[in-house]
Design a protein around this ligand. Sequence first.
Ligand code: ZN
Length: 791
Amino acid sequence: MQYRINSLKNKRRTLFGTFSLFLITLASAQNIQNNPQSNHGNKFEQLGTILPTPNEYRTASGAPGAKYWQQRADYDIDVKLDEKNLSVIGTETVTYHNNAPEALNYLWLQLDENQHDPKNEVNYFDENKVAEPLTQAGLKSLETKTNLEGLGDKIDAVTDESGKALKYTVNGSMMRIDLPKALASKAKFKFVVKWHYKMINRMEYGGRGGYEYFPEDGNYLFTLTQWYPRMCVYSDFHGWQNKQFTGRGEFALAFGNFKVKMTVPADHLVCSTGECQNYAQVLTPAQLQRLQQAQTAKEPVEIQLLEDAKNAEKIKSTATKTWIFKADSVRDFAWGSSRKYIWDAMAVQCEGKKVMCMSFYGKEAYGLYRKYSTKVVAHTIKTYSKFTIAYPYPVAQSIEAANGMEYPMICFNFGRTEKDGTYTEGSKNGMILVIIHEVGHNFFPMIINSDERQWSWMDEGLNTFVQYLTEREFDAGYPSQRGPAYKITDYMRLPKNQLEPIMTNSENIMNFGANAYGKPATALNILRETVMGRELFDFAFKQYCTRWAFKHPEPADFFRTMEDASAVDLDWFWRGWFYDIDPVDISIDTVKAWSVNKGEKIAVKMDTVYTYPKLKEAEYITTIRNRESGLRSLVDIDTTLRDFYYHYKPEPVIIKELKNKNENLEEMPDSSFAKYNGKYIYEIKFSNKGGLVSPLIIQFNYTDGSSEIERISAYVWRKNEKEVTKTFLRSKKVASIQIDPYRETADINEKNNTWNIKTEPGKFELFRAKTGAAARGQSMGENPMQKARKK
Ligand SMILES: [Zn+2]
């Protein structure tokens, strides 16, 4: 499906080469699209055949159809974490339910640990060059393959329920089990897989799961992710999703119920997807009592104390304990285990349901996580529930593991303090960002279960968008990195050979952060604030989430639902923002002005000095509208979340008052329209220099110091996609005009956005200096998510 657009274009090109005479007579939009001289391309034509044909499984409205079906897999797993040998040994019984209308001859499973198996080519096809000067790290990366010898999943047995061996074939990260007889529609099949693998040092070699070693105290943090052979998705739109796992394109998984028994060192704490079934056996009476307290506490309660964790680090038990967890209706299961963990918890009410919010972290993160983590978890599930669907699970957790990766009910995040327990504002903001983001993934893709291997934007983009809304509601002064339109312009103005559409398969994306996270999040923000308005957008977005909760949505289901529920034709928007790479660059080319004044010539003074209109550069449009709607952020309400940085106010950057030269107004030649006397006419010519059609947001700044904003839909471009002239009647004299004053359209060139405003040298730099910094803080600098090898 990812090749749909390209192949369509290629086909057209070939057709034009061969049958141009025939086709030229067809006055279709497709013809015009290929004529660069035309003012009317196909930017506003319906998506038509670009989207898959609706059927009884997926309707044209974007909802699941009457015969929608999906597969299901239940797991019963016994697993041992061998700390001494740094390995995992497991036995799983999988019950696979075939809900497809057809029979299946074989099943595909994912062996994700084979990502690290040096025999596999999965990590060998990326371009690499000799970095000069040659470094140790550079050389090390070349010998990676030999260093990883012995890693990857070792399959010990694959049998049916009765223990009879089943034939299986491993191809890279995928394993096919051949069924003894075809699995009929509506039937189920039970089988057993025994496997083991050596864990990877993920701090050294990367990867989502593995161990981190702490030489100071000689202990490990273990993260168990993609750790068991997992069923691939078999679907109505794709058949088996068995595209190889290379470490980049994430996962496609079926829902099911899990029961997992983990045997770990006796002094470890286990944090996991699901609810623990035997706390009474694995916790101390004091821990149990504090866990009880957390059920009704107003503030997070420390269940494993800092002191107790420090003691456990020294003793290092060699005995073992078995923890039992259960989770229903989840698409995956992950867990962490360590004696380093401190553990806090607090039950919160979320849409009328009690959710246990919890955090686990080593002493290295105590200064940040103890204060913020559990509260940010609670804030995230509450805010996402408002914009998507009510959080359905009984638990939500944030685990510090120096990375960022999500699973149902549990995620692994970063954010450690300095040795003395202090932290920079950048560390704090990075931690808040990653916790919101990873907890937010519970909704996309853990519940609204899209195919990540195919489309990164459907989980990362949608999630980053709601993450942005959640950041705004956490703290109105929070310096959001992705979401505000103007923050994507550096990416959008890259040369065309460095860009690709959002609708690009995950594996093929060059600029992953901007394309899979930033651009789709920005597009949705523009859709909400600028194109559709909050009311229509929020209803339609919720509709999409409700329709596809616990199901497998595809891009067309999203595009169609957003229109179906709002009565806004958005095909132009999906074309421009999701299927194309053009940026927004709208320019004010000329302004003609007249005064209407019967029988009297009015002289319009030249060289008038006007105050430079105050640009709204420091505040996001979302923040302004949140404030206007009376919304209070969490730090406004919960004063315990304020710290030094909350009170720290940097010097404001003042943009200089500029002296503008006003042009002469021309008089209307025959002004015989008495009622229009004293009014002004402004005819403005705009051109679309970027290619991406966009609404016009025009701010008229009047000579009396007041100003007014006109908002005109992107349809203004539908008959001429390159230039458009609009004329306005005003009662006051206009001193200057500025388009996109709230910087909400992602216009890549702001120099052509004004009329009669002098741009002083350095203004743009001032602009950037101020917007890079929070209203009350310094810049976060480099994106900490990228720094921590964000997945
Ligand atoms: Zn993510």
